[in-house]
Write a protein that binds this ligand. Structure first.
Ligand code: XMP
Length: 326
């Protein structure tokens, strides 16, 4: 509609004027905000933009590929993808405390992003240019939540520019700063981004790392990725994506319970389903997902994910519980 087009044209003109012939860098998270922000900037200044994607190894099934292939295909944007999963997992070895996990992931993330940023700067330099700007997918609610300051809320602090060294003190481009999520989605669709990106539910920066209760290992990540993919597939097939705000799938890696599969006793781990409905994630209610959908998810996870012998449903609102388990 005209207002979506109006916003797009207005932002493109504004970005062109702001950037001139400088180079611009943008971190992609896999989420809709950074993808739409990057696409807008790309429309405005084309190859002066380079995107950076840090794969920390804790994304869900297919998400890294989605950023690396689908997004680039849809937009033609220059992308530097850094597979840093070994690095992250080594740093996280033996760590179980949630805030320590966040701190380590946040710190590593910034350092990896910094490394890629220096590559982009070197490339721009070869072309006689200079990187002067950083794109952020800050939305209006983020601006309000942080008191209009740097435009990034606390929970997302590890994706914040605040952690970059002083000599990388870029100016910010925030084309979504006056928009709400639904407007961002409308713009993303108008710009031709795939539904899988436009309608992706919120996913925390530390990813599956804070959905494994216990130490994060590659095996546990693979197991959780499979269980999560099944839950997402069934919720999507049931047409529930737009009713559910998000559905964390959590692996209780340090909890074991007895089960029976075939003729044998098992001693496996439980998976928790945490579907919630919410407006803004500040408060939430547990979603009344139909029993037959829950049943299909449970049957498939216990059949297809080796080592999982129990699926439980979280029926707590926020408050008192948070949405994530960590
Ligand atoms: P909680 O668990 O606090 O989550 O009720 C509220 C919303 O924030 C997301 N979340 C995070 N996002 N980094 C992020 O970028 C984090 O460390 C983090 N922790 C929680 C969560 O998925 C929910 O949407």
């Amino acid at each position: 509609n005209w207002s979506t087009e109006g916003i797009i044209d207005e932002q493109i003109a504004k970005i062109r004027e702001q950037v001139g012939d400088a180079h611009v860098i943008c971190g992609l998270s896999g989420g809709v905000d950074s993808a739409v922000a990057a696409t807008l900037v790309h429309k405005a200044i084309g190859d002066q933009l380079t995107c950076v994607f840090v794969d920390h190894g804790m994304l869900r099934k297919g998400e890294a590929e989605q950023v690396k292939h689908d997004f680039v295909e849809a937009t033609g944007i220059k992308l530097i993808a850094e597979d840093a999963s070994d690095d992250f997992l080594t740093a996280l070895k033996g760590v179980t405390e949630p805030e320590r996990k966040r701190k380590i992931i946040g710190e590593k993330f910034i350092r990896t992003f910094e490394k890629s940023t220096r590559e982009v700067m070197a490339q721009a330099g070869e072309q006689g240019g200079e990187v002067k700007f950083l794109v952020q997918g800050t939305l209006y609610p983020d601006v309000v939540e942080s008191g209009g300051g740097d435009g990034a809320s606390n929970i997302k602090s590890h994706h914040n520019v605040g952690g970059l060294p002083k000599d990388l003190n870029f100016k910010l481009i925030e084309p979504l700063r006056s928009l709400f999520k639904d407007e961002v989605r409308a713009i993303g669709t108008k710009l031709g981004l795939p539904d899988a990106i436009v309608w992706r539910q919120p996913f925390p920066g530390p990813g599956l790392g804070i959905r494994i209760i216990g130490e994060i290992t590659r095996e546990r990540l693979d197991l959780l990725r499979d269980a999560d993919a099944i839950a997402r597939e069934e919720l999507t097939a049931a047409g529930l994506d737009r009713d559910i705000w998000q559905c964390p799938v959590v692996l209780l890696a340090d909890v074991h319970s007895v089960g029976v599969q075939g003729d044998a006793r098992t001693y496996g781990n439980p998976i928790v389903l945490r579907p919630v409905s919410s407006e803004d994630a500040m408060t939430a209610d547990w979603s009344r997902v139909p029993y037959d959908v829950l049943s299909r998810i449970s049957t498939r996870i216990t059949n297809e994910c080796r080592g999982i012998n129990r699926v439980v449903l979280d029926v707590t609102s926020k408050p008192p519980a948070t949405i994530e388990w960590e």
